[in-house]
Design a protein around this ligand. Structure first.
Ligand code: BGC
Length: 366
C-alpha cells in the first residue's frame, strides 16, 4: 500500500514536471532534439496525409529538397488515399523502427497518432506536427503551421467585403467547413465565425438553411464531391425562390465543388471564399468567379520545419510562440513556429504571388 502511494506520488510529480516543462515558452532544445541526436546525414521522416489539396502535393517535393539541401536524408511518405489513418500509423511506426532522428507529421487524423508518437518519443526521436496539430498527447515537441485561426478570420472578412461590394444587405449565405478529422477545420471555422456571427446576429447575414454549427456544415474527408452534394441539396431545398449571395468555403477544392453545384442549378455566381491558392482556382479569382483565396506558401512552411531541425541539431533555442487558440492539443500547448497567411483577391494577386513564378504568371494572365 505504502509503495503504491509513493509510486503514485512520483507519477504525479513527474506528470507535473512534464507539463510545466512542455508548456514553457521556448522549451529547451535539450528536452527534444540535441546536437548529438540529429547528426548530419541523419534520416528525417516526413509523414504526409493523402493529397486532398494541392498544398499536400507540393509539400512532398518541398520537403525532399529542403531536407537534402540541409544535409540530411529525406524519408517522405504519403498516407494512402484509402485506408489513410492505419496507413499513416504504419508509416510513422516504420520511421521509428528505421531510426529516423526526427519525424515531421502532417496528420491524416491528428487524434489517432497517440501510440505512434509515444513510441517515437521513447526512442528519443523529435516529433514535429506540421500544418495540422496532433491532439491529446504529450509526445509532440513542436508545431509548425500557418496561423489557422487567422486564416478563418481572413475568410470571414473577405466574405463580408465581397458581399458589400456586390450590393446592399441583408445577404443570403451558406457556410461550409472542412473535415472533422482534421484539427485545422474547426479552427478555420471558428476564426471565420468570430467575424460572421455578429453579422448573423444583427441580421446583415441570413443563413437561409439555419445550418450554422460546425457539425452541420463540415465536409467529410475534405472531398469536393461531398461539398458539391450538400450545396446541391441546399439549393434545391432553400433557394428555389431566393438568391444565394455568398458562401463561406474553407478551401479552393471545396469552392470549385460548390461552384459546380451552383452552375448546375442555373443560379448566379455567389461571392465565395477559398484557401490554398490552387493553380486551378487562380483563373477563377482573376475572372471574378471566386472572390478570394488564401496564400500559404507550402515551400515556406516546409522550410520552417527544416530550419527548426537545423536549430535543434545545432543546439540553438528555436524561436517559438504559444498560441492557445490553435496550439493547445488537449494535453499541452505545443511550442509553435507560426507563419502568417495572406488573403488574396483579384486586386492584390499579382503582388501577393511575387515570390512564386507559377502563381504570379497565372495572376498576370488574368
Ligand atoms: C490545410 C489546408 C487544406 C486542407 C485540405 C488543411 O489541414 O491546412 O490548407 O486545404 O487541409 O487538404
Amino acid at each position: 500500500m505504502k509503495k503504491k502511494l509513493i509510486v503514485g506520488a512520483t507519477a504525479v510529480a513527474l506528470t507535473a514536471f512534464a507539463l510545466t516543462g512542455c508548456s514553457a515558452r521556448n522549451s529547451s532544445p535539450a528536452a527534444s532534439g540535441s546536437a548529438a541526436s540529429i547528426p548530419k546525414g541523419a534520416s528525417i521522416g516526413v509523414a504526409l496525409p493523402a493529397k486532398t489539396s494541392q498544398n499536400w502535393v507540393l509539400a512532398g517535393q518541398d520537403f525532399t529538397d529542403a531536407i537534402t539541401k540541409a544535409g540530411y536524408k529525406a524519408d517522405v511518405q504519403y498516407a494512402p488515399a484509402s485506408n489513410t489513418v492505419p496507413g499513416q500509423q504504419q508509416q510513422v511506426s516504420a520511421m521509428v523502427t528505421k531510426g529516423d532522428k526526427v519525424i515531421v507529421i502532417g496528420a491524416a487524423d491528428g487524434s489517432q497518432l497517440g501510440s505512434q508518437v509515444a513510441a517515437a518519443k521513447k526512442a528519443g526521436i523529435t516529433v514535429i506536427a506540421w500544418d495540422r496539430l496532433i491532439t491529446n498527447t504529450p509526445n509532440v515537441d513542436y508545431y509548425v503551421a500557418f496561423n489557422n485561426y487567422h486564416v478563418g478570420e481572413l475568410q470571414g472578412q473577405a466574405l463580408l467585403d465581397g458581399l458589400k461590394a456586390k450590393g446592399k444587405a441583408p445577404y443570403n449565405v451558406e457556410l461550409f467547413a472542412g473535415s472533422p478529422d482534421d484539427s485545422n477545420a474547426k479552427i478555420f471555422f471558428d476564426g471565420a465565425m468570430s467575424v460572421l456571427q455578429p453579422k448573423i446576429d444583427d441580421g446583415t447575414l441570413k443563413v437561409v438553411s439555419g445550418q450554422t454549427t460546425f457539425d452541420k456544415v463540415d465536409t467529410q474527408g475534405w472531398l469536393p464531391q461531398n461539398a458539391q452534394a450538400r450545396a446541391t441539396n441546399l439549393l434545391t431545398k432553400y433557394y428555389s425562390k431566393t438568391s444565394l449571395d455568398g458562401v463561406l468555403s474553407p478551401n479552393d477544392t471545396l469552392a470549385r465543388g460548390i461552384l459546380t453545384a451552383v452552375k448546375a442549378a442555373g443560379k448566379p455566381n455567389p461571392v465565395i471564399t477559398g484557401q490554398d491558392s490552387e493553380t486551378a482556382s487562380i483563373p477563377l479569382i482573376m475572372n471574378g468567379t471566386q472572390y478570394s483565396t488564401i496564400y500559404k506558401d507550402t515551400n515556406e512552411e516546409a522550410q520552417a520545419a527544416v530550419d527548426l531541425v537545423k536549430d535543434l541539431a545545432a543546439g540553438k533555442k528555436p524561436n517559438t510562440v504559444n498560441d492557445p487558440k490553435q496550439n493547445n492539443n488537449g494535453q499541452k500547448v505545443v511550442p509553435a513556429i507560426e507563419l502568417t497567411p495572406v488573403l488574396v483577391t483579384k486586386a492584390n494577386a499579382v503582388q501577393a504571388y511575387a515570390n512564386n513564378p507559377t502563381l504570379e504568371a497565372l495572376a498576370k494572365k488574368g
